[in-house]
Design a protein around this ligand. Sequence first.
Ligand code: GDD
Ligand code: MG
Length: 366
Amino acid sequence: MQALILAGGEGTRLRPLTSTMPKPVVPLVDRPFVAYMLEWLRGHGVDDVVLSCGFMAEAVRSVLGDGAGLGIKLTYLEEPEPLGTGGAVRFAEHLLAERFFVLNGDVLTDIDLTAQLEQHERTGARATLALTSVEDPSAYGLVRREADFSVREFVEKPGAEQIDTNLVNAGAYILEREVLAEMAPAGTNISIERELFPALVRRGLFGYEAAGYWLDIGTPERYLQGTFDILEGNVKTEIGRRLAGAGLTLVDGARIEGRVVAPALVGDDSAVAEGASVGGRVVLGPGVTVAEGAHVESSVLLAGARVGPRTTIAGSIVGPEASIGGGCHIHDVVLGASVKVGSDNVLAAGARIFPGVELPDGAIKF
Ligand code: GDD
Ligand code: MG
């Protein structure tokens, strides 16, 4: 079975992390994000994946290669300019089989694609959308169904007055190739949600209500939520199973003189100094150093990040090679790659510091 992953968005809501790397390869716990999608797809018989990249396609290719290690044939497609979710499918048409999955490239999930495929066959659908429940559908595609699972209405980004169900488009579709003819020709910017799905209502569009874990990881809050859910085993993943087997902490290849509180994963060549504490709900990438007396909780520190003595970090994402001096308080903040925060700074309340920025000692207080 074949799958097309839409991974060409700019990931603006995840900046500054996505200022220096495309969203599909942003590390999540111990691997590039899209590796979770490939692992999940492989588990449902997918062995041929087309990655529809726009932004920084070379960077994705250099991280994932040809997929041989995953048992999947990976093909990369780069659009000359962003063509939208529908335009990207059209652009890939020459590579697509008679029936294929289409996946939004920013979804962490373990929903049952095999059961979705069974429903697709049973109903004779031309397109089947996986549906999931969310508290607030306004940022999603709202889907109303009939009792026979056919879709009555598809409303992308509904206004408050339009919300009468929690069921939304989970960004996992099964399409018959012939439906692509319902969209404008290749080369134009098309939204699959605003053009194809409304056009297919009552003409072979069905919804499959999926159980299981589902999260769009496209904002810092949800990226952290996804990290915690992997650590705690709320979503089925390979690394989650390894963590569970190890009592919820993995510290292989790290130098730990301080304390590590579960759940936590500490990467190779990282160091946690005496009197420092790391966890719970913490991921340190490879080569991260946490100096004496520092305290890190509910946060992700990517490769090569450095934390000075007595600094506290919570609810934050620290980009690769960023460094934070001593005596800082960093709460609910995203630091881009190679940011340098001098000592005795207080950063909080959703601040985002862009790659390479340097803050002098004592520059910011709240
Ligand atoms: N190749 C390519 N080209 N991919 C694109 C383009 C493009 O021009 N535009 C967006 N994508 C990719 C993004 O990288 C992302 O993986 C996916 O398409 C969806 O785009 P988002 O920008 O993340 O959309 P959204 O989250 O606001 O809404 C979509 O996802 C929701 C579920 O998370 C819609 O499909 C909603 O209906 C859905 O509920
Ligand atoms: Mg999204």
